[in-house]
Design a protein around this ligand. Structure first.
Ligand code: PLP
Length: 398
């Protein structure tokens, strides 16, 4: 037998990963590349979490745990989300997953099937539609660009059909940095209840919001929506723990039980050491780590915007959270750099890498071919250098 399953055709390689590989190759040739393409903080994990991991190893937590995770962690997360939403969650409504990514994948697998439609605001995090397709359902995109990347409720209403099973939402948003407003979440919750929809609510960047903006969990906004909401979160972004692969899902126990069954046959539990280690992240004294990260990111955003504001051909919506700026570079498309015609953002991103040694992610990976995404979770120096190089390069495009 030689052929692969048709499923392989449903998805393409992650663009973010492809860009990382190209940038790495240049680096290996001794060419310094400023990497705006990564989706993770450059800072190190806290000492508290590292020490907790070492203690977990020393104490011999080396065996399988319950599929859904150790009780203490599930209880800790239930207490956290109860505090954040004002709605009681128990450990039976929590599952620990291999990053938020598996939380989302599990949710898609237990909920979606052929014939289902799933609404996804666009631009979107690239994995959302990929997972919907893998579950044999159909993604239906809600274009948020005309609304400064906020959701237009009237437009959303037009997309709901009898086939609509769910909506996948991400706030603070990757790639736009937009944080959904209380009123927006309220309207979406009402629509979900009226149309019997599930809400998959990805709040991975919840801790990384720039004042005066505020993140709201949709369950806090409309309590009754809890029974149809799957909250997805992770320690990856706020605790600089991307490599540890530890996320979670908070949902009605019906969903959690289905996930337990599915995950039990896929990956079993998340690494036992990582589970014990992140207990430290739930301690009140860990808040200062997150607080400092937020402050650092705000300084970096300010630095980035100062330079971006001097670029003629670029527009953007001011990011309110997460650590990305989604730059609209439409004015540069259809122009020429030396002999190269810049037909689309992929060519622009390629040129940026080869000519300016700056790695970005082309926006069509997120469903918007007029934009590029840059991450400002890199050093202040890299931000200044990289954006100056980008500006100089853009100025040469005719
Ligand atoms: N959801 C969003 C919106 C993300 O941006 C990411 C990572 O980039 C994830 C989920 C996955 O996070 P994790 O590393 O916890 O799997």
């Amino acid at each position: 037998p030689t052929s692969l399953a048709a499923r392989n055709q449903l998805i393409t390689e992650s663009h973010t990963a492809a860009m990382r590989i190209k940038a790495q190759k240049l680096k290996e040739q001794g060419i310094p590349v400023v990497n705006f393409a990564a989706g993770e903080l450059d800072i190190d994990t806290s000492e508290a979490i590292k020490t907790a991991a070492q203690n977990a190893i020393a104490q011999g937590y080396n065996k399988y745990t319950e599929t859904l995770g150790i009780k203490k962690l599930r209880e800790g997360i239930a207490a956290k989300i109860t505090r954040e939403t004002g709605v009681v969650y128990t450990a039976a409504e929590v599952g620990i997953t291999v990053g938020a990514k598996q939380a989302l994948y599990n949710s898609a697998m237990v909920l979606f099937e052929s014939g289902d439609e799933v609404i996804i605001p666009s631009p979107y995090w690239v994995t959302f539609p990929a997972q919907v397709r893998l579950a044999e359902a159909t993604p239906v995109f809600l274009d948020t660009e005309p609304c400064n990347y906020q959701i237009d409720i009237e437009q959303l209403k037009t997309l709901i059909t009898p086939k609509t099973k769910a909506m996948i939402m991400n706030t603070p948003n990757n790639p736009t940095g937009v944080v959904y407003r209380w009123e927006t979440l309220q309207e979406i919750a009402k629509l979900a209840i009226a149309n019997n929809l599930w809400i998959i609510f990805d709040e991975c960047y919840a801790d990384l919001v720039h004042s005066p903006y505020e993140h709201y969990n949709i369950v806090k906004v409309v309590k009754e929506v809890k029974e149809r909401t799957i909250v997805v979160n992770s320690f990856s972004k706020s605790c600089a723990l991307t490599g540890w692969r530890i996320g979670y899902v908070c949902a009605p126990s019906l969903i959690i039980k289905a996930i337990q069954k599915m995950q039990g046959h896929m990956t079993s539990n998340v690494c036992s050491i990582a589970q014990h280690a992140v207990l430290a992240a739930l301690e009140p004294n860990h808040n200062s780590f997150v607080e400092n990260t937020r402050k650092l990111l705000k300084q970096r955003l300010d630095t980035a915007l100062e330079i971006i504001n001097t670029m003629d051909a670029v527009t953007y919506v001011v990011p309110q959270g997460a650590f990305y700026v989604f730059l609209n570079v439409k004015q540069l498309l259809g122009k020429t750099y030396h002999e190269t015609f810049i037909a689309d953002v992929n060519i622009l991103a390629q040129l940026l890498l080869e000519e300016a040694h700056v790695a970005v992610v082309p926006g069509d990976a997120f469903g918007n071919g007029n934009c590029i995404r840059i991450s400002y979770a890199i050093s202040q120096e890299d931000i200044s250098n990289g954006l100056q190089k980008m500006k100089d390069f853009f100025a040469k495009i005719q």
